[in-house]
Design a protein around this ligand. Structure first.
Ligand SMILES: Nc1ncnc2c1ncn2[C@@H]1O[C@H](COP(=O)(O)OP(=O)(O)OP(=O)(O)O)[C@@H](O)[C@H]1O
Ligand SMILES: [Mg+2]
Length: 369
């Protein structure tokens, strides 16, 4: 999405707002409760490559509450998807290995489960909804088959009970005439309807957490708006926690309750969505927010963040963001590995002099100073 005309950008903005029902400040409504359903703690996932070990996930911690949408943002290659795959225990192995941490879902550490137990969790308590319905649905099976499969495996339903459950799942995602649509093949449905079917599969087993991982390739804006609307609807109906992975900070404002910003396999800042936008502390977060396309900008070009994300198999010791930081700092400050500290309730920041302009204000919180 390198260039966009102002008119197209405006149209996109309207559709996304419509999809997410935002308030006057541009933020979406919240259905979050205080109960934590998923707690990822110091998760570490490495890939063994011929160039060395890629620390794709390097000590990630985040949690998701019931009914909450946690946005995970960061540039390409920052480890957002590998974190999600690690939660699902779907990291390709070899070369990938989860080498540390825990993923606690409803009180159980998923990393301790057998592969058989994990099969029950996947597509059961946790499910993934892909934005691109073409890659998520199998063209040779009917909607009934594909929605039914998840329900059969996880709820062991058969016959009329299975059928009722399929129709119910389709109805929940607002598919009209679900009894008829269930007999269709994917190609007989519109893009929006196919996406709803994917949503129906995602919620058919009443998951506690849904992971929505945005593909890098941008889809048609109407499909994107329909997808956001679908996720919102699912959350209202089912009260699930959603991990919403995206590049697009503009969508984050509309969709998310809290935000985790990832850089080089680590979380650099987490806070509720208003705090992230109004009082970001980490220079990387500030740069991402500045790169949100603004309607008044006539050029239609996204301002780029200076520099490149680091190569993860050759990570600098210390603060990975230091080479791109706009701040003045001593070389030795860049060598300090930042600690993620809570600067105010719910607002966590990776704190070093090389990445946080207000370092002195908070330095009593860290062991280096
Ligand atoms: N199978 C693999 N073998 C080696 N390295 C891998 C493998 N899969 C992912 N990685 C590396 O892990 C890092 C994190 O990748 P990940 O897919 O999580 O990024 P991402 O934040 O989801 O990016 P995007 O926004 O482009 O989807 C990258 O450096 C990537 O090269
Ligand atoms: Mg990804």
């Amino acid at each position: 999405m390198a260039e966009m005309t102002t008119a197209a950008a405006q149209e996109r903005e309207h559709m996304l707002e419509d999809a997410a029902e935002v308030d006057a400040d541009g933020f979406g409504p919240s259905a979050a409760s205080s109960e934590i359903v998923l707690d990822v703690n110091d998760l570490q996932t490495h890939f063994a490559t011929r160039w060395g070990t890629v620390k794709a996930v390097d000590g990630v911690s985040y949690s998701v509450r019931r009914g909450e949408t946690l946005g995970v943002v960061g540039e390409s290659g920052s480890g957002k998807s590998v974190t999600a795959l690690s939660i699902m225990r779907l990291v390709p192995s070899p070369p990938g290995h989860i080498v540390g941490g825990e993923v606690v879902l409803n009180g159980r550490n998923l990393l301790d489960l057998s592969e058989r137990e994990m099969t029950q969790v996947r597509g059961g308590e946790v499910s993934m909804i892909l934005q691109d319905p073409m890659t998520a649905l199998n063209p040779v099976f009917t909607v009934e088959n594909q929605v039914g499969e998840a329900i059969r495996i996880h709820q062991k339903l058969r016959g009329k009970d299975l059928w009722d459950s399929i129709v119910d799942a389709l109805r929940k995602v607002r598919i009209p005439a679900p009894e008829t649509r269930a007999k269709d093949y994917p190609h007989q449905l519109s893009g929006g309807m196919r996406q709803r079917v994917v949503g129906a599969i995602g919620i058919s087993t009443s998951p506690d957490v849904i992971i929505a991982d945005e593909p890098t390739t941008s889809l048609d804006v109407t499909i994107q708006a329909a997808y956001l609307r679908l996720l919102r609807q699912i959350q209202r109906e089912a009260g699930v926690g959603i991990i919403f992975i995206t590049h697009d900070f503009g969508i984050v404002a509309k969709m998310c309750d809290r935000v985790a910003v990832m850089y080089a396999g680590r979380i650099v800042e987490t806070a509720d969505v208003r705090t992230i936008f109004n009082e970001p502390l980490h220079e990387y977060t500030k740069a991402l927010i500045t790169s949100v396309p603004k309607l008044e900008e006539k050029t239609g070009r996204l301002p780029q963040i200076e520099g490149q994300p680091p190569l993860l198999y050759n990570l600098p010791e210390g603060d990975a963001f230091a080479p791109r930081s706009p701040l003045d700092f001593e070389e030795e400050d860049a060598l300090i590995r930042p600690e993620l500290v809570e600067v105010s309730p719910g607002h966590m920041v990776q704190l070093t002099r090389s990445s946080v302009a207000d370092f002195d204000k908070y330095k009593h919180l860290v062991s280096y100073g």
